[in-house]
Design a protein around this ligand. Structure first.
Ligand SMILES: *Cc1c(COP(=O)(O)O)cnc(C)c1O
Length: 407
């Protein structure tokens, strides 16, 4: 008589159908590079504004050659975890070069940014400790916080007065503040000196995730901490600087850098580091080449800055009656808030029909009512590419607006 399925596994198809009915089923697109910022997406040529390859280095021939060359001497796999036999000469050299590049005492190289944050946070704080987290932090900082079992204080985005109050009220001996440097869905940069000053005052450690600033911000692309003047002789032992290597660096992986003793602690205690196979040496070799390209890439960073300015100027000319809002951002991540899910999807679809791929980001990734286009610019975009996007948006806007009533 009962309609309850025998096993919970029998419920999976119905649960999938539920997600589909709510229009929340996610689909992967099969992509192939097609030159510059262009991709073949499910076989269709598209101009893409959704890649985190901010300097356009992912397809650089020098990186491919470094990987090929490393494969000849190291083979392909690392064969073990870093604390056993996986710490290859290429990975060791990369760590030295990463530390020098970001002007901090020591660096630890990981196979992924997600695993870095979910691993290092539980290595730093635990039961009885306190963790303070910006409301718009990346998912892997949130997951790392949960795994740590520390008590979590979530403060409103960039609200340093709220953070100050929470730090002042905390009686925990160990306090950790975690924050994106550049927020991934808004593109805004946190006030790093003010954040660090609070950490100094309340004896807290700051974990700064610079996934979207490394390679792009600061002198020679050394990142947001260098841009704030807080590296080299001005480095503070209170900052753990973390960045990913699959975005502007164009390869894969991540690293954390900071005080020697702290980094040694992470090496001893981070489970996602200790119990995982080390990244393949061919990636470390490609990354060593990438670091030297990034250092010399002022021309690419200038070109990117010009595309950002071009896009913002063009978006500012959209009719205000649309009610769209361009969030403040000087970075490659530009968020155009449309509002409702339906409206954001309609804009995305209209762009797609014109051969442009710009993702609509909806809740729960962003707060309800702030569905948006997340436009990611890259040094691979030409001025003509950005013009094409602006023209398509202006065309959509002209059709979306009601015709003004005759006077
Ligand atoms: C992409 C990203 C990560 C994850 O890095 P992966 O190397 O892709 O695992 C972590 N933090 C932020 C802010 C990111 O944008």
């Amino acid at each position: 008589m009962s309609t309850v399925p025998a096993s919970w596994l029998d419920e999976i198809p119905a649960r999938l159908a539920e997600i589909e009915r709510a229009h929340l089923l996610r689909r992967r697109r099969v992509v192939q590079p097609a030159g510059g910022a262009r991709l073949l997406v499910d076989g269709q040529p598209m101009l893409a504004f959704c890649s985190n390859d901010y300097l356009g280095l992912a397809g650089h021939p020098a990186l491919a050659e470094a990987a090929r060359e490393a494969t000849r001497s190291f083979g392909v796999g690392s064969g073990g975890s870093p604390l056993v036999s996986g710490h290859s000469a290429a990975n060791a050299a990369l760590e030295q070069e990463l530390a020098a590049f970001v002007q901090l005492p020591r660096a630890l190289y990981f196979y992924a940014g997600y695993a870095t944050n979910t691993g290092i946070i539980p290595a730093l704080v635990g039961d009885g400790d306190a963790l303070f987290s910006d409301a718009l932090n990346h998912a892997c900082l949130i997951d790392g916080a949960r795994l740590s079992r520390a008590s979590i204080h979530r403060y409103p985005h960039a609200d340093l007065a709220a953070l100050e109050a929470a730090l002042a009220a905390s009686t925990a001996r160990r306090k950790l503040v975690v924050s994106d440097a550049v927020f991934s869905m808004d593109g805004d940069l946190i006030d790093i000196p003010a954040l660090l000053a609070l950490c100094e005052r309340f004896d807290a450690l700051l974990l700064l995730d610079d996934a979207h600033g490394f390679g792009v911000l600061g002198p020679q692309g050394r990142g947001s901490l260098a841009q704030a003047g807080l590296t080299g002789v001005a480095a503070s032992r209170r900052v753990l600087y973390m960045a990913t290597l699959g975005k502007a660096a164009g390869v894969a992986g991540a690293f954390v850098a900071g005080d020697d003793a702290l980094v040694e602690w992470l090496l001893q205690k981070t489970r996602t580091y200790i119990f995982a196979t080390a990244a393949p040496p061919l990636l470390a070799s490609a990354l060593r080449t990438s670091l030297s390209l990034i250092e010399a890439a002022d021309d690419l960073r200038q070109h990117l800055a010009a595309r950002i300015a071009q896009l913002r100027a063009g978006l500012a000319r959209l009719p205000p009656a649309l009610g769209w809002q361009l969030l403040p951002s000087d970075t490659a991540v530009q968020a155009l808030v449309i509002g409702s899910n339906e409206a954001a999807l309609a804009v995305m679809e209209s762009l797609r029909e014109q051969g442009l791929w710009v993702p609509a980001i909806r809740p729960p990734t962003v707060p309800a009512g702030t569905a948006r286009l997340r436009i990611a610019l890259s040094a691979a975009h030409t001025a003509e590419d950005v013009d094409q996007l602006l023209q398509a948006l202006h065309r959509h806007a002209a059709l979306a607006l009601p015709v003004p009533a005759a006077a």
